[in-house]
Design a protein around this ligand. Structure first.
Ligand code: SF4
Length: 155
């Protein structure tokens, strides 16, 4: 355990609408007893893909002692949800410049012989993640013609 960024749910504000759940392809959220819950620290990368999808403003991030995010365990969940979810997850990591996790995810897919291709863009397939909306367009221009495959980045 170490201190890191992770989501925080305000139970007073959460009405259990579940709008945030599809926006956490990592599988960290579930509705339990009418409220959304973070089911495991392991599945929350702390990047806040879910935050902008909560109409009640019930999700924020905080720094606290938490188990390390585990990309391998997340990928086991992600792969079960099909190619669109895999793609959304890879774009999410790429959009947040989480190169180490992206490398792990790509390695996992390679191991499982799952071939994926995602456009290297800075917005998300699932209508955007607020914390990734600050873009470096120079960087985007430079790399927008590249594609990420399960076997690496190609031009
Ligand atoms: S979107 Fe917001 S209000 Fe709805 S379940 Fe998620 S945290 Fe609760």
């Amino acid at each position: 355990m170490s201190k890191r960024k992770i989501i925080k749910i305000d139970e007073e504000k959460c009405n259990g609408c579940s709008l945030c759940i599809p926006n956490c392809p990592e599988g960290a959220l579930q509705i339990i007893d009418g409220k959304v819950r973070l089911v495991s620290d392991l599945f929350c990368d702390g990047l806040g893909a879910c935050i902008g999808h909560c109409p009640e403003g019930a999700i924020t991030t905080e720094e606290r002692e938490a188990e390390e995010y585990d990309e391998e365990k997340v990928m086991v969940n992600i792969v079960k949800q099909g190619k669109n979810v895999i793609k959304a997850h890879l774009e999410h990591l790429k959009g947040h410049k989480q190169d180490a996790y992206l490398k792990q995810a790509i390695g996992f897919l390679k191991e499982k012989n799952i071939e994926m291709q995602i456009e290297d863009k800075h917005t998300h397939g699932f209508s955007g993640c607020p914390s990734s909306q600050v873009m470096d367009f120079r960087e985007k221009d430079k790399i927008s013609s590249k594609k990420i495959t399960a076997f690496g980045v190609e031009s």
